[in-house]
Design a protein around this ligand. Structure first.
Ligand SMILES: [Zn+2]
Length: 154
């Protein structure tokens, strides 16, 4: 079974499941491959890297205000792996910060200019927003939260 990333001439992207590449080619030649959105049969196959998150640079990232980020080294055993150490650090940041979601940039800015009380916050910010905050001298840090940990957060 082959899963192909397909796109119609109107730019609708969708996944097509075929027995093989040849199967796709022959169905395509017979006009049997249709866009599920608009029924267009002018289908092209995209390069098969559907889960590489291409263009992810623009996607919002998890970010945290560095302000009261807790020191974590003291109670962490020295012999744990860097990954485990990172997970602990992230967990601790998550436990001690308030999730402000996509209001992160606004909240960080308000805090910096004394419009709201100083506290640890985290949320989503685009790389552009993070950069703008840093430019204004507002201490923030990108916090790539491990997917495994993120799933257990909700
Ligand atoms: Zn379409």
């Amino acid at each position: 079974m082959k899963v192909l990333d397909l796109r119609c001439t109107h730019g609708h992207g969708f996944e097509g499941w075929f027995a093989s590449s040849e199967d796709f080619e022959s169905q395509l030649a017979s006009g049997l491959v249709e866009c599920p959105v608009c029924g267009d049969t002018g289908i092209v196959k995209l390069l098969s890297a559907p889960r590489l998150n291409l263009g992810n640079a623009k996607a919002p990232q998890e970010a945290a205000a560095a302000a009261p980020v807790p020191a974590t080294a003291s109670n962490v055993p020295a012999d744990i792996s860097p990954e485990a150490r990172w997970m602990r650090a992230v967990r601790e940041v998550l436990a001690k910060t308030e999730d402000v979601g996509d209001r992160f940039a606004d909240e960080a800015r308000k805090m910096h200019y004394g419009e709201t009380k100083e506290r640890g916050i985290r949320g989503q910010a685009t790389p552009e927003q993070t950069e703008a905050l840093l430019d204004e001298g507002i201490p923030v840090m990108a916090l790539p939260i491990p997917a495994a940990l993120k799933e257990t957060l909700q």
